[in-house]
Design a protein. Sequence first.
Length: 329
Amino acid sequence: MFIHITGTGSCLPEKVVTNDELSMRLDTTDEWIFSHTGIHSRHIAAPDECTSDLAVCAAKKALEDSGVTPDQLGMIIVASSSSDYLGFPTVSCLVQEALGAKQAGVLDVQAACTGFIYAMQVARGLMQFDPRPTLVIGAETMSRVVDWSDRNTCILFGDGAGAAVLEGKETPGGIRDAILKGDGTGSGMIFRAGGVRAVPAEQGKLPFLRMNGRAVFNFAVKIFDEVLSALVQRSKLVLNDLAQIIPHQANARIVEATARRMKVPLSSFFMNMETTGNTSAASIPIALDVLNKTGKLKAGDLLATVGFGAGLTYGGLLMQWTKPLLQHA
Ligand code: UT7
């Protein structure tokens, strides 16, 4: 059985916050932010909106795109590092209730910005035992996790959700390979407290995200090369065989440095962080949905995703786009 993506969906909050608006309350400028990140604006959730709402909105669109109904789902997997609740219930439980997906199991995956890649591989594994359609979602309300007085981090992130429906079919193609990796030696590079371990420096403060941006940047460029090279080599391909590379939408400078280092044209990488910012685990499925809905993916196209995040976690997927073939089969 081959695991195919048969539908995608995404959802961004209505409210847009531009760099110029940020520069009115922070010591920063649109020029600095855009030249260092490629980001001009990001979507920010309304006060009564959060991760599970965005996840449900993206999920409904992905289900509609695939033709799968909620009661056909065998599993709902949500990747998020900004869950509605610090403890429980999980986001996937809230999504299951909202969709009325009565037959589905529910699971949250925490791998920070690499979460969607991890969740897709978990889904692919679980579907070997239960081949019913699976809904995989990356959803974040990063605006509730960042410190809005810290110009090093708050300018980077945005809110949103992306979803994909996976179905098992006999037709070859779909998800062909996955690389999941971790490097706990970098656990201090991106950090957010709030669990049961007391962190003296953070005591009494809200558990905001903290980051050593320069160290993360260097790590990202190195692992983009490592993961993309391994994905193509393992399948006896070359980088030019990839119709699209969908990187985690963290920073356009990371993608540009990767393109130079790997001698790949920048046009091979899809980027939309200019208007979304970094939506963490949602960034790759949102980008995939934009590509799908704007007709940029052709039957048989080889796609690679690559991501990195707190943990440190990193990884990638190699996929063959088959949605048009399956629809017309
Ligand atoms: O999903 C994973 C999430 N993490 C990432 O993707 C982070 C990867 N790293 C980055 O994207 C970049 O490192 C940043 C965009 C975060 C920072 O860019 P940088 O070129 O690495 O800048 P820097 O941290 O080396 O800081 C350079 C200067 C500093 O000033 P001084 O010390 O040289 O006077 C910063 O204080 O830029 C200053 N700075 C700012 N200035 C204006 C930092 N943030 C800002 C800002 N506006 N928003």
